[in-house]
Design a protein around this ligand. Structure first.
Ligand SMILES: Nc1ncnc2c1ncn2[C@@H]1O[C@H](COP(=O)(O)OP(=O)(O)O)[C@@H](O)[C@H]1O
Ligand SMILES: [Mg+2]
Length: 263
């Protein structure tokens, strides 16, 4: 099955195995609709940000895409496989193509940085300790924190924790990397470092999906934008299309552009 996308650079053909998608997905928590008839498509090679206010349901979307939550109705597909309703063991291969950097980093406090990064590979039991150590050093070097290999998470700054969490996500060599609010709480240099890392990952062929309310980071790292508002996808498009959107909620989210308002 081929889908056609036009991103201004001309039409190109992609197979469904090159994407992750949600179709007509509904999800509620405690009777409150978080997502309603949500269609979403993350194409391989097109870096995307999902924007929305706090509590809109952004983290929930990532968990649904990973199969960590089950939708009330509708479906999630990774590549050619619809994972909805399947036991985890049946979609592990597809799931391994995706890594996630959780908002808080979600590092194990009782393990060193090196053990955190190599944990998944160690659990899999496929590689020798020497091979795992080589990968751990390589991934820590990529994010510039190899000197922290023997430290514990409690000894790291917020920015370093984020970078370790990214190197852990890279250990299994995923095709897609999800970022949950990667710049929230960081100072401007920390934000710059994360944007720079995301751009380098993209240059290496990884596809990134970020959820955030940080517009500057979104525009620095993504080509396509999805705006989640009141359980629905209110907008999907490029930066230019978003900035010229006449949808009131989109304009409000982007903030006042009329400088005279600040005077
Ligand atoms: N386990 C939970 N129990 C109750 N409410 C939850 C739970 N997880 C999320 N929510 C609620 O669902 C909504 C969406 O949450 P979330 O996806 O975390 O939003 P976002 O990431 O956009 O801030 C929020 O209003 C949140 O309070
Ligand atoms: Mg969240």
């Amino acid at each position: 099955m081929a889908d056609y996308f036009d991103y201004g650079g001309g039409k190109r053909t992609m197979t469904s195995s090159d994407s992750i998608r949600m179709d007509k997905l509904c999800y509620s928590i405690g009777g409150r609709k978080i997502l309603e008839d949500f269609d979403f498509h993350l194409e391989r090679g097109v870096n995307r940000t999902i924007l929305g206010v706090s509590g809109a349901g952004k983290t929930t979307i990532l968990k649904l895409l990973l199969g960590l939550l089950d939708p009330d109705s509708g479906s999630v597909s990774i590549g050619d496989l619809c994972i909805t309703g399947l036991p985890e063991s049946k979609f592990m291969q597809q799931r391994k193509r995706i890594a996630i950097v959780f908002q808080g980093g979600a590092l194990f406090d009782s393990m060193t940085v090196g053990e955190n990064v190599g944990y998944r590979l160690f659990e899999e039991g496929r590689l020798s300790q020497a091979e795992i150590t080589k990968i751990v050093i390589e991934k820590l070097s990529f994010v510039g924190v190899e000197s922290a290999i023997n430290l514990y998470p409690s000894e790291l700054s917020g920015g370093m924790k984020k970078r370790v969490a990214i190197s852990r996500a890279l250990a299994a060599d995923p095709d897609y990397i999800f970022f949950d609010e990667p710049t929230t709480g960081l100072d401007p240099i920390g934000v710059y470092n994360i944007c720079n890392l995301m751009q380098r990952l993209q240059a290496e062929g990884k596809t990134t999906l970020m959820v955030t309310h940080d517009l500057a980071t979104a525009f620095a790292t993504s080509q396509r934008f999805t705006f989640l508002n009141k359980a629905r996808m209110l907008f999907e498009g490029s930066e230019e299309e978003m900035k010229s959107s006449l949808i009131p909620e989109v304009r409000e989210f982007l903030g006042p552009t009329d400088r005279s308002l600040f005077i």
